[in-house]
Ligand binder design. Sequence first.
Ligand SMILES: Cc1ncc(COP(=O)(O)O)c(C=O)c1O
Length: 931
Amino acid sequence: MIKETTVLSPPATPVAAQPRPSFFSAAEARVDQWRQFCAVTRSWQAAAARGASEDAPFAEAIALFGTMAPLEAYFAFPGARLLGAVEQALAERNAGVCVRLAQHLSTALLTGAYRYDLSAWDPMQEDAAKSAELLPPDLQGGNGHKPYFETLVVTPADPSHWERARHDLRRLRRSEDAFTYEILQVGTFEDAVIATVCNHNLQAVVIRDGFEYRSRHDAPLLREFLGRHLGATEASTAPGALATALARAVKRYRPELDIYLLTDRAVEALAGSDEAAPLRRVFHDVEELMELHLAILDGISDRYDTPFFNNLKKYAQRPIGTFHALPIARGKSVFRSNWIRDMGHFYGTNLFLAESSATTGGLDSLLEPTGNIKKAQDMTARAFGAKRAFFGTNGTSTSNKIVVQALCKPGDIVIVDRNCHKSHHYGFVLAGAQPYYVEAYPLTQYSMYGAVPLKTIKRALLDCKAQGTLDRVRMIDLTNCTFDGHMYNPTRVMEECLAIKPDLVFLWDEAWFGFARFNAFHRRRTAMGAAATLTARYRDPAYRAEYAAFAAKAGELDPADKTLLETRLLPDPDKVRIRVYQTCSSHKSMSALRQGSMMLVWDDDFHLVEGCFQEAFLAHTSTSPNQQIIASLDLARRQMELEGYELTMNAVEIAFRLRREINTHPLISKYFHIATPAEMVPAAYRASGIEDYGEPHSSWKDLLDAWDNDEFALDPTRLTLLCGASGLDGTQFKGLLAERFDIQINKTSRNSVLLQTNINNTRSDAALLIKALADLSREIDQRLAQGGPSARAAFDARVRSLVTDVPDLPNFSRFYDVFRDDAASVSNEGHMREAFFMAYDVENAEYIKLASSDIDERLKKGAAPMVSANFVIPYPPGFPIMVPGQVITADTIAFMRKLDVKEIHGYQAAQGLKLLKPSRLDALGKKKILH
Ligand SMILES: Cc1ncc(COP(=O)(O)O)c(C=O)c1O
């Protein structure tokens, strides 16, 4: 019997120092296991060569292979034939053959050579004719290679017939096929789910009716996973409905996969039923094998297709004469130049051939797409689980402004995280919307903010309800995940807010989080994931009953009722509208060129705002959008739909390895530490009690529970590396990493830097960072050892100043009274736009130096108020500590005086703070009273 530890948690092998594979990347786990197997077989061979006893290394090789083999059953490569060869070599105690095979298979897996190299499938080079017949045609020595994938076949057939079935499908391959695939068979529901989870090569699943539920593997954890997270248990799944239940479970975990059902049921009736919704096609048993083969390839084509990029490539090949603007189009002004030819050589010809300012000739127009850009956007909506998608070519900075302006008009109130990116604040100025600033919880010790607690948001909504302004609250605007990795629980946030106002619009700034759609762990915390969950929930009759019970108890929500903040509020299913907008910087987490951004929409009422959206889009989008950025968005979508699962799981795996290695390394951990979930999310928002990721702190199950239920969870790929204990502040440390080690990092705080792992990272990158930290730590150790007590004392003082002597983070104070409709109201929204434009008249503004004692005088009670004339935004991280019209208080000044970043937008040290003159503010106040 196979132990589930091999699949869902570290193997309990006795092999010393074996790396612990994690659930997050079975692929990485396998690579580790094969490398380990290589090492063990080599020591066995060496013992044999020395004439020493082979017993111990041989036993170790047997044990290790026994642990590895079960997981291998879920991958087409190496497959039964090659695994059989290893098994035979072990049975014959042939160390030489074992070493050759192990080395070969390990390398093929590490490099991915099995996806394109014939010899990977025939390591002994002795069965070329036979293996060629077994292989995809393009691996049979042809030119280049076709993309390779694996198809899972779930079948009731006896395993002894599997090889024959594989052979039958292989015979259908044709040289004109655009892709090539291998088949992997399993015989049960549970095995199919394990394969779906572990095997990132899977792109298609063929389900043949009639298979069993239970795996022969001993897998209680898997069973719990199936029940709790994929909604499938043996008891709840009727034997006749296993196939469609499996399709649902697979789709829920990996929505990008194509699923085909082969059944002898009445396919006509089934095809039209809801049961068939997750299926791409239903076939009547195996009567049309060729059709199945073509359908599988067609499914991949649908995802592989990049309509805009394809047309751009075609356009570049055409001999076009341009009498347009844009001289670099076709490259003649570059390649024929005396002086800038190196530009052409550096960028290559295609960049210029693919440049055009035309929107004809198959290029379509981003401003009014009707052709391939429209198609590319529709495919993006499909891939990201949205109803509509729009490409942005000027970063999410512009996408945010578009969405804010599309949905808000002057006077609308937006409840917004004060720490959100500056683009939102500028959006409010442009739209004339009034921000009602709510505060994230502070992480003062790291000079950063967390995220806004749900209670704070509910309080704001209830306050508006109490003072009669709820109808003006148009939007809730939050950043998910935050710069530092705090993930909201968007399902919960939206549900409770919609209970207070059922037509609220949500803007989730997921600038950093575009990748999150592509694995089931992150997806539950995304805006689009939540929109789908809530839509399904409110359509479910069971929800009506749940709501009826809640409504009977809660009655009309009374804003004075303090218990509402503690109560889980439910919206009325007859009134609720799902109106969710998500912006994401595709360039930040996918293979898109800089400034490539996407606006994703799930809005039940989009038809009401489509015109305004179009208007806002046109207002902010260049009339010369960059073709290459659009093409890269098209390609980023293709990549994520086909390999996003593998790549994002790998990024998580690398993050886990970094977290574990740095925090447990005896030398590095003296000076550096990666902040854990417990350190980034206070216990009040972490009901699960999860402290840290990975064994021994938590299992994948703990992580899922935490991510399902906790108010905030920490995205493991965003690593806050605390460097204060090394005596280096964030900026110094960032500089050191860049100059000495060629390592670039994301942002800094007083005592930390932010690292992120993404789909670009490899384990070599992780090794580079760890080596740099080890080198630096060693140097600090040596410096302290050589410097004696005085060096130690200076070092300790420096560490104290970085770690303990940290400035308090200033909250938003308030808008000055003249910018408020009702200065006495508890909500804090204000006319920021009015304050912003007031400063355009130079007579209205004055400057005051930050160091000047005048400031301290003005902070005294009764003195003339200091009201900011503009945004002051330290960068990074890019959120405003002053906004136009905001009253400046002592804590804001204290923070500014301690601020240690060089770039502060809106503030020139030589001039000082820009304020609105008190006399002018008075005059404005009087004028308003007269009106
Ligand atoms: C939360 C957030 N939103 C929006 C942006 C702006 O995105 P872009 O750089 O794509 O313009 C950033 C940039 O750092 C950000 O952190």
